[in-house]
Write a protein that binds this ligand. Structure first.
Ligand code: PRX
Length: 655
């Protein structure tokens, strides 16, 4: 555990504030305290009951088949995920309910899509994909901005049993190549571009560049969003409006096995190559639907839910597409950045649509804190009743601000811990049941077993800190890493015998309340996005002038962590430092994506190493965070450290 984690741990143990669930919410809450006892008494029975919330075409024979570390849930059961998310709501008479209030970035560019309309759109897209030869078991890559077609495409894949692999629009052509190649995707769905901070930004060129190197791709379907000019490959490229909108409006959905692959989502691990996390159908939908309903206390008839995550991340999968739609919720989907059209854009959206439940990330909350209380204060936010947080530990100050300024001191905050791999929320309070402490995700949800263990894998018991593990399988758990069974075992199941190792540090306080303390591995968390240090290092050393690179995540008041890179160059590079740093930052953007650009790059003739040649990362973190340096006597050359520290000091003073 790092010094910083130790310090925050001490501070958190002193947290005495507690906020009881609002009486009115508690009185009408979807779940009550008994649910914990019920799930503890019969975990599989509890999940079987939650699975009944879905529409099954064939019932399952067995709830769980657990051959560690491989799980199958609802074995033998059959369902269609898209039918569960769309058609059954129409059949139940809710076709006129708005599924998506889509808000484009340009002011007044909006679309309301009802469940009945969504059924038509998804059916057409399913027909369109089938016409391109996509069949059950194939993979489709989705590289789109936050437009309704993203959700429609995901559901269309689910409808025909093809697995989607959504790649966040901020990733580069190279990142696309890696993901398309690993998944052997047949079709790529993209757009000419999207809107970003008031201006159209292109997407198709990255696809064009990538697909040249991806022989598995037979077609590229292009949504016309910004109307910018695009290159066109005849025979390969098709407009969405030709390939999809001309299709029949109905589609006969097939039933698929509960374990039919639903999607791959690539995420960073501790090694360079992103992992294709595999999720399947029945268990995933059960847990996303249940958790969305229970943790947000969703009332589908009256609530307006807004998850601000991009569909390119797991939060957008589980709490924009699958969970909310499985529950028949009405939700907002917003295309742009928080400051597009003014720094109060979010608050005007909440006011306009009467959003009742907001789910966002601490980094956004801290940004709004910086922008001041006035902006939210100018809007009527009284429709809000539950506030959610996800993606990184939320510091108590941000939690309190969220509660007071956005929630008007009346809305419970649900801090939800989970991962791409867990598929759905694992640790969170229940808003009508749990009294919350600012900054804590409180404890495991019903039906979820977590433990905190020491370095040997021994449980620390009811109080104490260590490594977070998951000690029983859960329905939405990843089923593996695409094409790499060994890596699945090694990454998650080898550190502690029989337990899933999450990669996070955690601590039970004196009242057996759980505090998440951030990653304990080489994964950074930048604005709630996972980026591995190794991945950025590999990108840097792929630049012809870079000899060696060490990358660390340094605490940042807004983004949680920020990327700081320490780089040594080959031979005599005499370039102007600033220009060269910029060149390197752009190189990283090209290799991975703009989200991975280092905040600072320190150029140095050498990196600090122990006498045995190991780079001292801990020391680099101290330098990056401008802390007093500890003992440097074990270093091969202590003068190197002083020089790096001085350069970092200069850079920090400039930013
Ligand atoms: O370190 C934890 C942090 O985000 C990691 C998972 O990242 P990703 O797979 O991208 O999924 C993010 C959205 C679910 C975790 O290992 N994390 C996520 N939520 C929290 C969190 N850390 C503390 N508190 C949270 N609520």
């Amino acid at each position: 555990m790092s010094t910083q984690q130790q310090t925050s741990l001490e501070a958190l143990s002193n947290e005495l504030r507690r906020f009881e669930p609002p009486a009115e919410l508690a009185a009408s809450a979807n779940v009550t305290a008994e649910v914990y006892e019920q799930a503890a008494a019969d975990r599989l029975g509890f999940w079987a009951e939650q699975a009944q919330r879905l529409q099954w075409d064939r019932p399952w024979d067995e709830v769980l088949d657990w051959q560690p570390p491989f799980a199958k849930w609802f074995v033998g059961g059959q369902l269609n995920v898209a039918v569960n998310c769309v058609d059954r709501h129409v059949e139940a008479g809710n076709g006129d309910r708005v599924a998506l209030h889509w808000v484009g970035e340009p002011e007044d560019d909006t679309r309301d899509i009802t469940y009945a309309q969504l059924q038509v759109l998804v059916s057409q897209a399913a027909n369109g994909l089938e016409a391109l030869g996509v069949t059950a078991g194939d993979r489709v890559c989705i590289y789109l901005p936050m437009v309704p077609e993203a959700v429609v495409s995901m559901l269309a894949c689910a409808r025909i049993g093809a697995a989607h692999s959504v790649v966040f629009g901020g990733f580069s052509a190279q990142a696309l190549v890696d993901r398309i190649t690993d998944a052997e995707a047949k079709v790529v769905i993209t757009a000419d571009g999207g809107y970003r901070r008031g201006a159209p930004s292109a997407l198709k060129p990255a696809v064009d560049e990538a697909v040249q190197r991806c022989p598995s791709v037979t077609n590229v379907v292009v949504v016309k969003r910004t109307k910018q000019d695009v290159e066109w490959v005849e025979g390969r490229d098709l407009w969405w409006h030709d390939a999809v909108e001309a299709q029949p409006e109905t589609h006969q959905a097939e039933s698929f096995d509960a374990e039919q692959p639903l999607f791959l989502l690539y995420t960073s691990g501790t090694t360079g190559k992103p992992k294709g996390i595999l999720h399947t159908s029945g268990g995933y939908l059960t847990q996303t639907a249940w958790s969305h309903w229970a943790v947000f206390d969703l009332k589908p008839e009256t609530d307006v839910f807004w998850c601000t995550a991009d569909v390119g991340w797991v939060t957008g999968h589980s709490y924009l597409t699958y969970g909310p739609l499985a529950n028949g919720a009405t939700q907002v989907m917003y295309e742009g950045t928080p400051d597009a059209g003014g720094r109060d854009r979010w608050w005007s959206i909440i006011e306009k649509y009467g959003v009742t439940i907001l789910y966002t990330a601490p980094t956004a909350i801290r940004t709004f804190m910086k922008w001041g209380d006035d902006l939210p204060g100018q809007h009527d936010l009284s429709s809000l009743r539950v506030l959610g947080s996800v993606g990184e530990p939320i510091n108590p100050e941000a939690w309190m601000w969220y509660r007071r300024v956005i929630g008007g001191d009346r809305c419970p905050i649900v801090d939800t811990w989970w991962q791409t791999e867990t598929g759905a929320m694992m640790i969170a309070p229940l808003p009508g049941v749990t009294a919350t402490k600012p900054g804590s995700a409180m404890g495991p949800l019903p039906g979820i077993a977590v433990d905190v263990v020491d370095g040997e894998g021994v449980s620390v018991g009811k109080t104490g800190g260590g490594f977070l593990t998951l000690s029983e399988p859960w329905p939405a758990m990843l089923r593996g890493i695409w094409g790499d069974e060994d890596r699945y075992r090694d990454t998650y199941w080898s550190r502690f015998e029989g337990q899933y190792f999450a990669g996070d540090g955690a601590k039970w306080d004196d009242e057996h309340v759980l505090w998440l303390l951030g990653r304990v591995d080489d994964v950074m968390n930048i604005s709630g996005h996972r980026i591995s240090t190794t991945e950025v290092e590999s990108a840097l050393v792929s630049h012809p002038k870079v000899a060696e690179a060490a990358v660390v995540g340094a605490a940042d008041p807004t983004t949680g962590q920020a990327i700081v890179a320490f780089v040594t160059v080959k031979g005599n590079v005499t370039d102007d430092d600033d220009a060269f740093r910029e060149e390197l930052r752009n190189h990283v953007a090209k290799e991975i994506g703009a989200i991975a650009k280092p905040r600072q790059i320190v150029l140095s003739p050498e990196l600090p190493k122990t006498r045995s040649g190991k780079i001292m990362r801990r020391l680099l973190v101290d330098i990056a965070e401008r802390r007093e340096l500890g003992d440097v006597t074990t270093l091969a050359d202590p003068a190197v450290v002083q020089e790096i520290d001085r350069t970092m000091g200069e850079l920090a003073a400039r930013t």
